[in-house]
Design a protein around this ligand. Structure first.
Ligand SMILES: [Zn+2]
Length: 189
């Protein structure tokens, strides 16, 4: 009886494990199901030229552009070494450059469906967060990151969620929100 329960359990566990692997592969590698897109030569040249600029300071040569209706509104390249700033990734710099050029609220004003970010290398988890936060709909990249990279990052994200803890003092943050002249709008973030 016990043996048949155990064998039934292992049979089910095998299918669950297979389902997890399939869902994981679809989650991180879904784009493999569509054909690779071509990008305009001028955009490719801008990406390569920007990526090359990173080399001057021994930054990893990665370039990115932010497009709106297929027009460049921001460009960036890796500046971590140059600026001694760990958030100086090409994608974040391209978004920040668009904001510097066009104003802090620019991305909120644009139609999300018409915004695209193109990078020479698949954006990392930090840049992915920024892209999502800013509502940039389309993400394109030339070279992909490995499945191992994403598996490792997904495990780190899971550990983060398991290890985060709340401390007492939510009311302190509420009183800080109240100091802002546009409260409660800011509290809705
Ligand atoms: Zn990044």
């Amino acid at each position: 009886m016990l043996r048949s329960i155990a064998s039934y359990f292992f049979k089910i566990a095998k299918y669950i494990a297979l389902a997890i692997v399939i869902v994981y592969l679809l989650h991180s590698k879904w784009y493999h199901l569509s054909a690779k897109k071509n990008i305009a030569p001028i955009i490719r040249d801008t990406l390569v030229n920007n990526a090359s600029l990173a080399l001057k300071n021994l930054d990893v040569p990665i370039g990115a552009v932010l497009l709106y209706n297929n027009k460049i509104i921001g460009v960036g390249y890796n500046t971590m070494m140059r600026d001694k700033n760990i958030s100086g990734h090409a994608e974040i710099n391209a978004i920040n450059e668009a904001i510097t050029r066009h104003g802090i609220g620019i991305l909120a004003k644009l139609k999300s469906d018409s915004t695209s970010l193109i990078s020479t290398y698949e954006p990392c988890m930090m840049c992915k967060g920024m892209i999502q936060e800013q509502g940039i709909k389309h993400v394109l990249f030339m070279k992909e990151k490995s499945w191992y990279h994403w598996l490792h990052n997904d495990i780190k994200a899971l550990k983060y969620d398991m290890q985060k803890r709340q401390v007492k003092g939510g009311v302190v943050q509420d009183s800080l929100f109240m100091l802002h002249p546009h409260y409660p709008e800011k509290n809705k973030q």
